[in-house]
Ligand binder design. Structure first.
Ligand SMILES: Cc1ncc(COP(=O)(O)O)c(C=O)c1O
Length: 492
């Protein structure tokens, strides 16, 4: 008889019931053909004795095996491994490890070779550069948690726990209408609003609806990398046009329009990503007129609308568009914290309907409770209070960061003080290379990251974008010190 006593092991500390532990081990023996079809299993009393468990445990195990179809009980004869079980052709399991299972699939699929963001395993005491994200330590997490809790305690909360609308929570859509009409000068109704899980989802949905293989989309030279990769993933034809101190050069777009059909132009009008410049009023009007004349879409990604240090926020192109050419995208992910995946796509009703349908394929709906929380957070004025608070802090950080850069690293870096946003666009003196600096900086616990990503147009321009908002005063001093040390070591 099979040596059940030595083969079956119980983990009495584990939460799983003993009968299930036994059943799972017998299933493994059957799958591995150690117990072959028609093998008679021991009587429940015998097996219970051998394994030192209660007989009811074995009876429950056999019932489970029978329900799952692994064994069959034949009256007055006993319990047998099912006779019709086919052989399972699988890799042998060594312990709990299956060779290669974590890496390889057993099927072919369409791999995506377009480079995208990778995640870092953060090391202790390292300073990591980023391209301009908020300081999550300033997140009003208590207010948000309180609001979330209050919403969950409401009598009618159950209405929101089931499947909802692919357009997003209705209350948030109404709040967004009011908020954007008031702050951004838009003229929208609820039908123009699709709630997304952040700006990236808005970019992706627009890209799916606008672009097919070889369709032309115009982007700045150079541009926000994740937008580029989203369009490339669609196999679109990316046409890059110059970006100067007034933003994307619209006369170049006009020239392109005269040569070929353009489907869309992607812009970060408020502060161009990565160079941080603002699109001038003249070019805004020019671009809107071109979009009307040549029937293309403007994807306006207003990712850091709220952060302006020298002037009031500039109204987006969407506020002047009455022809239905602009798809306006934004989120709370920069303003509050990236973890809160709440954003919006604003466009003509027909486009929003299609975007909502498409979104439903990948994400049935958003997180209604979080959306209700943000509806309340915005309506109550908490969001505006938070923006006012962090604006002051970020302005101080920008000033300190730029002052120290100028004072301590003037001979290696050139930059303009950004009027808004959370990052500085910095040019490295051509005597140096980011490649070497990145390596030496690592020894000084400064992680520069993928510096090539700013050169997505292959300009070999030696610029990178460094976020300042994430670091407090001490950290800014420390960051500059580590840079200084790095340059000192390179020079010696
Ligand atoms: C220009 C730009 N657009 C969009 C995004 C994505 O934002 P979200 O987190 O809302 O998806 C980012 C994030 O860094 C960004 O810099």
């Amino acid at each position: 008889m099979f040596p059940y006593k030595t083969s079956i092991k119980f983990d009495r500390k584990c939460n799983q019931a003993l009968y299930l532990q036994l059943a799972n081990q017998i299933i493994q023996l059957i799958k591995n053909r150690i117990l072959t079809p028609n093998t008679k299993l021991p009587g429940s009393r015998t097996l219970a004795q051998q394994l030192n468990v209660h007989r009811k445990t074995v009876v429950a195990c056999y019932e489970e095996l029978s329900l799952q179809g692994w064994v069959e009980s034949i009256s007055k004869k006993g319990t047998f491994v099912h006779q019709n079980l086919p052989i399972l052709h699988q890799q042998k399991i060594k312990g709990y490890q299956v060779n290669n299972l974590n890496i390889n699939t057993g099927f072919s699929f369409y791999k995506n070779n377009i480079s995208s963001k990778s995640t870092l395993n953060k090391k202790e005491n390292f300073i990591y550069l980023n391209d301009g994200i908020s300081d999550v330590r300033l997140t009003p997490i208590d207010e948000i948690a309180r609001t979330y809790r209050r919403i969950c305690a409401k009598k009618n909360i159950f209405e929101h726990l089931s499947y909802g609308s692919t357009y997003g929570n209705d209350t948030l859509r109404k709040v967004i209408v009011n908020y954007l009409n008031t702050t951004r000068g838009l003229h929208i109704t609820k039908k123009n609003v699709l709630i997304t899980r952040g700006s990236q989802m808005g970019i992706w949905l627009s890209s799916q609806l606008l672009l097919k293989k070889e369709d032309v989309i115009v982007v700045g030279n150079t541009n926000y990398k994740s937008a580029d990769t989203t369009f490339l993933n669609q196999q679109a034809n990316l046409k890059r046009v110059l970006v100067d101190k007034d933003g994307i050069v619209t006369s170049e777009i006009e020239n392109l329009c005269k040569q070929q059909q353009i489907k869309a132009v992607y812009i970060t009008s408020h502060h161009h990503h990565p160079t941080t410049v603002t699109l001038s009023a003249k070019r805004r009007i020019h671009l809107l007129n071109l979009s009307k004349k040549y029937h293309f879409a403007i994807i306006e990604d207003d990712y850091d609308y709220d952060f302006n240090y020298n002037h009031a926020p500039i109204l987006p192109l969407a506020s002047h568009d009455t022809n239905g050419n602009v798809i306006y995208i934004g989120s709370v992910c920069k303003t509050v914290a990236p973890v809160f995946r709440v954003g919006y796509l604003i466009a003509s009703e027909y486009f929003v309907d299609q975007a909502a349908k498409l979104r439903g394929f990948v994400d049935r709906q958003g997180d209604a409770l979080l959306e209700l929380t943000f509806a309340d957070f915005i309506k109550s004025g908490d969001l505006d209070r938070h923006i006012r608070k962090v604006m002051k802090i970020y302005r101080q950080r920008r000033d300190l960061f730029c002052k120290l850069l100028k004072k301590e690293l003037n001979d290696v870096f050139q930059f303009e003080i950004p009027k808004g946003g959370m990052a500085v666009w910095i040019k490295l003196n051509s005597n140096y290379s980011w490649e070497i600096i990145t390596e030496v900086a690592k020894k000084n616990k400064l992680e520069i990251g993928n510096w090539q990503r700013y050169d997505n147009a292959n300009l070999k321009h030696n610029y990178i974008r460094i976020g300042f908002a994430t670091y407090n005063e001490n950290e800014i001093h420390e960051l500059i010190n580590r840079f200084k040390k790095t340059f000192y070591e390179i020079k010696v």
